[in-house]
Write a protein that binds this ligand. Structure first.
Ligand SMILES: *[C@@H]1O[C@H](CO)[C@@H](O)[C@H](O)[C@H]1NC(C)=O
Ligand SMILES: *[C@@H]1O[C@H](CO)[C@@H](O)[C@H](O)[C@H]1NC(C)=O
Ligand SMILES: *[C@@H]1O[C@H](CO)[C@@H](O)[C@H](O)[C@H]1NC(C)=O
Ligand SMILES: *[C@@H]1O[C@H](CO)[C@@H](O)[C@H](O)[C@H]1NC(C)=O
Length: 589
């Protein structure tokens, strides 16, 4: 009997162990907190595809997110774009609340879509309050406000902000200027106050999450905490006497409720577009956004288009030039791609020309092409002679001048593939060329990007804004060239007395300091001008982490065995050349 009990017991014990260990089901995971994302869009058709693309990519389960989206007072395609996206995305998100309003197109008393009468502030406050009320009614744990020109390129942004465990926290967003989505100081009247902390924060010289009196545009509220229960966008607090502005009203509400706002800049989270001024237009907003976009391609991280909105083909043209040439080395496809995307967004139609790859030429090929060194030429900084990269670069420009002459093109624009466009590039260039035409300026080349060798006063051109007579300059990043200019350069027969193309041009307009070099070119009558300020900059300077030079890192033109690697030669450094810097750079290598 005892034995039977023991036996039974052991069988029971075995089977219990069997179930509890091998067939044990783990406790299921916690679901992540629920979030409402508030989308309030007006005239945002230009940024929405990137904005929505970033929301799609947030690394957070969509079934834990509800979207509250409102749009109104639009004169562009915002409603259609947003509707299209929401229709497709509704199966992924937990819930979508959609509040479009087709009419009216503007607010009473509005001078333009960038103008802010009080009625507009009030309406926006009510919308933000509406989203907050919605989130509270649905017991959402968080609400994320994100303006539609804020592009959250970092897919971890939501998780990172949650991890800070703050009532109100904003990811610091980068713009094309020092503008960002926080203030470090506020005046007793509720206006922006500049403080010593602002720039070190914006430039991430100090990093962390900092208490600040104002965050706006994109921010996360933790609705599980006590403090945010008391926050409101509308109506303003009963003691409110500061300016009637939605972001200031909310900052005051935080202050009155003793809720601290925080700005975090530990990582890069995304971008915000500098908004156009009240007297400007939606087109200005779009132009600013294009600049932000082209900058994101240079400095990264890039923005991505939503896969779920219809892409309208953009209009591109050649800005009145007969041709726009983009010089690109085939083995640098990433640069070509970046430039083509930038040009497309800028509305510019360029023809890619394959650069002559100096690195693929040997000294025999170079001689067969009729290239010979300018007698006595040495790089003024390193003392070396020409590199194969420089030969390739010269030939690339030369063949374009030749094509212009062969095809009798009146004027062309030449771009190298490592440029960064200044804001409003297209409009500024169009205006310049228009004024040049109006005053019937006789011009051969106009630099859009260059390095002025000596900071000296250059003669201003009368009746053309932002144009000077060019002094000694380096670089051939970008310039406009006339048929007459191309003809003069070809007539000089430069292949048989070659020096770098950016030294050749100043010789031809007679501003080169080296009399010996100049003596080989008797007709130095090129009429050279430059925009001021410049319209393009190099994408990278020597010494920048991503800097690559196909002209300086090469081999000597007539000796395939001598490798040159003048990383950080004076020419490619930022700023004006200074003696001694070059050797310091070389010592580092
Ligand atoms: C327990 O696990 C074993 C092995 O994994 C499996 O063969 C058996 O069917 C499971 N029993 C039950 C009741 O799930
Ligand atoms: C507006 O957007 C919709 C949806 O994305 C698209 O089908 C339509 O072609 C767009 N219209 C214009 C004028 O851009
Ligand atoms: C988050 O903050 C609350 C106070 O608001 C605190 O009680 C809680 O422990 C914090 N959670 C974590 C994970 O630090
Ligand atoms: C240079 O390259 C060409 C082919 O491009 C080849 O025929 C020639 O032999 C090469 N010369 C030398 C010196 O390597």
């Amino acid at each position: 009997m005892l034995l039977a009990v023991l036996l039974l017991g052991s069988i029971f014990a075995t089977s219990e162990c069997y179930f509890s260990e091998e067939n044990f089901t783990e406790e299921s995971k916690m679901q992540l907190p629920t979030v409402v994302i508030a989308i309030i869009a007006r005239n945002a058709a230009h940024s929405l595809p990137y904005y929505l693309g970033a929301l799609e990519r947030l690394n957070y389960p969509k079934d834990r997110i509800s979207i509250w989206a409102a749009t109104d007072h639009n004169s562009d395609n915002t409603t259609a774009v947003l509707r299209e996206w929401l229709t497709i995305m509704q199966k992924h998100y937990h819930y979508i609340e959609w509040r479009p309003m087709d009419k009216p197109l503007s607010y009473p008393g509005e001078l333009g879509p960038k103008h802010w009468p009080n009625g507009r502030y009030e309406y926006l406050m009510k919308l933000k309050q509406g989203a907050l009320t919605f989130a509270k009614k649905r017991w959402a744990d968080y609400i994320l406000y994100a303006d539609t020109d804020n592009i959250l390129t970092n897919p971890e942004t939501l998780n990172l902000m949650m991890a800070e465990n703050k009532s109100v926290v904003a990811p610091m967003l980068d713009s094309q200027s020092a503008y960002s989505n926080f203030w470090c100081g506020i005046t007793p009247q509720g206006y922006y106050r500049r403080t010593a902390e602002y720039f070190p924060t914006v430039h991430r010289h100090r990093q962390g999450c900092f208490p600040v009196p104002m965050v706006h545009s994109t921010m996360l509220l933790d609705l599980r905490k006590e403090g945010p229960k008391r926050l409101a966008f509308h109506p303003p607090h009963k003691d409110y006497s500061w300016p009637f502005d939605d972001i200031i009203v909310f900052a005051f509400s935080c202050r009155a409720s003793e809720v601290q706002m925080y700005i975090c800049n530990k990582e890069r989270y995304g971008y915000l577009n500098v908004p156009a001024k009240p007297h400007q237009t939606v087109e200005d907003d779009r132009i600013n956004f294009v600049h932000l976009y082209t900058e994101s391609l240079v400095d990264g991280p890039p923005m991505y288009f939503s896969g779920y909105v219809h892409q309208e083909l953009k209009q591109t043209d050649t800005m009145g030039f007969d041709e726009i040439y983009l010089i690109n080395l085939r083995r640098r496809p990433e640069r070509r791609e970046r430039m083509m995307w930038s040009l497309y967004e800028l509305g510019i139609n360029a023809k890619v020309v394959d650069a002559v790859d100096g690195g693929a030429l040997n000294s025999t090929d170079i001689k067969v092409l009729g290239v010979d060194l300018l007698p006595g030429y040495h790089d003024p900084f390193s003392g070396r002679t020409l590199t194969k990269g420089e030969v390739g670069c010269f030939l690339s420009h030369y063949y374009i001048w030749k094509e212009m002459v062969d095809m009798q093109l009146d004027k062309a624009l030449i771009l190298e593939d490592d440029v960064r466009f200044q804001g409003n590039f297209k409009r500024r260039l169009l205006r310049l060329m228009d004024e040049v035409e109006k005053v019937e300026l006789d011009w051969d080349i106009i630099y859009l990007g260059r390095k002025q060798v000596k900071p000296e006063d250059e003669e201003v051109v009368e009746n053309v804004r932002n144009l000077v007579v060019a002094g000694y300059s380096y670089w051939t990043l970008s310039y406009a060239i006339s048929l007459q200019g191309a003809q003069k350069l070809i007539n000089a027969e430069p292949l048989s007395k070659m020096l770098p193309v950016d030294e050749f041009l100043p010789i031809m307009y007679d501003k080169h300091p080296n009399e010996g070099h100049k003596s080989h070119f008797p007709n130095r009558n090129l009429q050279a001008y430059s925009t001021r300020p410049l319209l393009v900059q190099p994408a990278q300077y020597a010494g920048d982490p991503d800097w690559v030079s196909d002209t300086e890192t090469s081999t000597l033109w007539d000796d395939d065995s001598v490798r040159t690697d003048w990383r950080g030669s004076q020419k490619t450094l930022k700023g004006t050349p200074q003696a001694g810097l070059n050797s310091a750079y070389r010592d580092e290598l």
